[in-house]
Design a protein around this ligand. Structure first.
Ligand code: ATP
Length: 317
């Protein structure tokens, strides 16, 4: 077979490990693998190159995606997608492995309807894809956030401050949850674990009265204006407070071992599926085992609330 591979949406550490596995496992199964530049944009603009085993050497440790990624608005139009399909057909590429988030999966579903055999791999730091326990890039981002929390705790203790750390995760609070637990945050506020501002300020007052020297609040983006919240805490709790928005730092960096393994397993599994003529599905990991589900069962679905939330009430604050 001739198989295309692309990365789309936000980049995530471990995407390169997944591409490398697709290339190496694909070649060892006798396929030709084409790397498509900048996500669906490259598909439309016919930017794709045949990859050999050597072209993915040294990729495991690199963050980002060497194929490039993009958010292609024009790909939402049917006539543009038809152009992409025409480009694939012209090169006799019959299957496509896409690595990205929910939007990327939607694009793949549309291509399936136009006769392309598609497989999806979950590549996003947010861990917001249903049908998989973890997404490629999540654990590296957790590590980056924990590192930031540890550093902020040092300075918060010195200055007797309350630090608010805003992290990514539009549709899932898993980044805040995991990093908050690892970083010993006093409060973890996420879409699944909403905040009660008054209760937090009251607890902070109690902490201050007990002589505690610092507090850390980890919060998912887009819940509240964290700088205004820091001001309120400073005025009402007795702690001076500062907010830090980690932003795109969370996306970068060399992938941690978990993401290198997950990317490698998922990339290789995608080739196994195509070898068995299975497509129209996305790959996941459940209880450490590789699984696959039809796109329709995953796209737009919310993940169940993570069981780690039971720890928050027991070990935080
Ligand atoms: P992240 O979770 O990092 O944001 P994502 O894959 O969800 O990743 P999006 O920007 O939502 O990122 O989607 C990536 C691309 O997928 C879009 O730029 C667009 O080209 C394509 N896409 C998204 N939704 C659709 C759709 N309904 N139909 C066709 N293509 C789509």
């Amino acid at each position: 077979m001739k198989i295309g591979v692309l990365t789309s949406g936000g980049d995530a550490p471990g995407m390169n490990a997944a591409i490398r596995a697709v290339v190496r496992a694909g070649i060892s199964s006798g396929h030709e693998i084409y790397g498509i530049k900048d996500g669906y944009q490259g598909l439309v603009q016919d930017q794709m190159d045949l990859l050999d085993s050597h072209s993915v050497s040294g990729m495991l440790s690199l963050g980002g995606t060497f194929l490039g990624t993009a958010r292609s608005q024009e790909f939402l139009q049917e006539e543009v997608r038809l152009k992409a399909v025409e480009n694939l057909k012209k090169r006799e590429i019959d299957a496509l492995i896409v690595i990205g988030g929910d939007g990327t999966y939607r694009g793949a579903m549309e291509l399936s309807k136009l006769g392309i055999k598609t497989i999806g791999l979950p590549g996003t730091i947010d861990n917001d894809i249903a049908g998989t326990d973890y997404t490629i890039g999540f654990y590296t981002a957790v590590e980056t956030i924990v590192d930031a929390i540890d550093k902020l705790r040092d300075t918060s203790t010195s200055h007797q401050r309350c630090s608010i750390v805003e992290v990514m995760g539009r549709y899932s609070g898993d980044l805040a949850l995991f990093a908050g637990i690892c970083g010993g945050a006093e409060f973890i506020i996420t879409p699944e674990n909403p905040m009660d501002k008054k209760a937090i300020i009251k607890k902070l007052k109690d902490h201050k009265a007990q002589g505690r020297r610092h507090a850390i609040i980890v919060i998912t983006e887009k819940i509240i204006d964290v700088h205004a919240f820091a001001k309120e805490i400073s005025e009402e709790s007795g702690f001076s407070s500062r907010a830090t928005v980690l932003g795109y730092i969370q996306r970068g960096g060399s992938p941690c071992p978990e993401d290198r393994i997950l990317g490698s397993r998922m990339g290789s599994y995608a080739i196994d599926l195509l070898n068995q003529d299975i497509y129209g599905v996305c790959v996941g990991v459940r209880d450490s085992r590789m699984v696959h589900l039809p796109f329709a069962n995953v796209v737009g679905q919310k993940k169940p609330k993570n069981e780690l939330y039971s720890l928050v009430t027991r070990v935080s604050s």
